[in-house]
Design a protein around this ligand. Structure first.
Ligand SMILES: [Zn+2]
Length: 351
């Protein structure tokens, strides 16, 4: 999913998605919604953040992988979704399940669920944390493009970091802000223009988007952005995690994040540097991608940053993306820990 920005832009311009039009025309500055998280300085924590337990986070990756690939409409997907709902409830969240149906480019009708866990729901100032919990139905970049894969990094890693944050939110000192965790469904069934010939799924031109969809990717975040779980819901800002668990990961400042939420992006990367993670969180801007944050920014009007794997030589997503080697062997506890610690430091710096 989420191909290069150049492919995205083609795809998005094709479908007249306004964000991509802005990007492709170079009319970026001043065109987006105003970013609400304007404070770029990294504040001292109001309360010392609780300890992020990397072993616990890793166990949450393994638990998801153990269900099998979380492919929508499969038993593994249903069981994993039920598990996520139970875990959020166990950690004290108020849970909302947003069930909906939608179609894929290759003619499937999917029953999807966005799962939302709210902590400190009475607080006005809120931070939204998100990751997608579904797995792509085929490893279309693999030698065997019809194979299924575990999605340990693509999907499970971000969910695992957020489950661990949910766990420590309940056990540690509360932050000064409310937290909403959203597990988006249906992110990864999109049409990849680079691989469609390998999987024999037809030319993209044969699959025009139906009314109401802006992309075949990110079905859950598109639905949520147009139908928020609370009618007037907003957040101060959002942070999306995607592919945040592989050993030797790198996170660069992603282009759509820098367009819509530059102050928050800079704050996250500065916090990472202060915690000693400057080599993981590289202080360099790269191109933009289609990921769940693009729709939260564009449609829901909440400034949202994507922390997503970018390989210094290969670019976005590295060489395990949508391949069978995206399995537990890839996952490094130290990467999960770095991302989790940075997130907690950012959350607990808010007043
Ligand atoms: Zn993917």
């Amino acid at each position: 999913m989420k191909p290069w920005v150049c492919i995205n832009m083609k795809k998005l311009v094709l479908y007249a998605f306004p964000l991509a039009v802005l990007i492709s025309l170079g009319m970026l500055s001043g065109c987006g919604p105003k970013e609400s998280g304007q404070n770029t300085s990294v504040e001292k924590p109001i309360v010392q953040p609780p300890v992020f337990n990397a072993d616990s986070a890793y166990s949450f990756v393994r638990q998801q992988v153990d269900f099998g690939p979380r492919i929508p409409n499969s038993p593994a997907h249903r069981k994993a979704g039920d598990y996520l709902i139970e875990q959020l409830k166990k950690y004290g969240a108020t849970v909302t399940v947003q069930a909906f149906e939608t179609s894929t480019y290759d003619g499937h009708r999917l029953a999807l669920r966005n799962i939302i866990g709210s902590f400190f729901p009475e607080r006005q100032k809120r931070i939204l944390l998100a990751a997608h919990w579904d797995t792509r139905p085929f490893a279309d970049k693999d030698e065997n493009p019809a194979a299924k894969f575990d999605g340990a990094n693509d999907g499970a890693s971000g969910v695992a970091v957020l489950l661990e944050i949910a766990r420590v939110l309940q056990n540690g000192q509360p932050p000064a802000v409310g937290i909403d965790i959203i597990f988006f469904d249906g992110e990864d069934w999109g049409h990849d223009t680079e691989t469609w010939d390998k999987i024999g799924k037809g030319k993209p031109a044969n699959f025009p988007l139906p009314a109401g969809l802006d992309s075949w990717w990110c079905l859950g975040s598109q639905h949520w952005s147009k139908n928020k779980h609370k009618p007037n819901y907003s957040a101060y800002y959002g942070i999306l995690l995607d592919m945040v668990g592989a050993r030797n990961s790198h996170f660069f400042k992603e282009g759509v994040s820098m367009q819509y939420a530059p102050a928050v992006t800079n704050k996250i990367w500065k916090t990472a540097s202060q915690l000693g993670y400057g080599s993981l969180f590289v202080n360099r801007e790269v191109g933009g991608i289609t990921d769940d944050h693009a729709f939260v920014n564009e449609i829901a009007k909440i400034p949202m940053v994507d922390i997503v794997h970018y390989h210094p030589e290969l670019g976005f997503f590295g060489d395990c993306h949508h391949r069978t080697k995206d399995n537990l062997d890839l996952i490094g506890k130290e990467t999960l820990e770095a991302v989790g610690r940075v997130l907690l430091a950012v959350i607990y710096s808010e007043e």
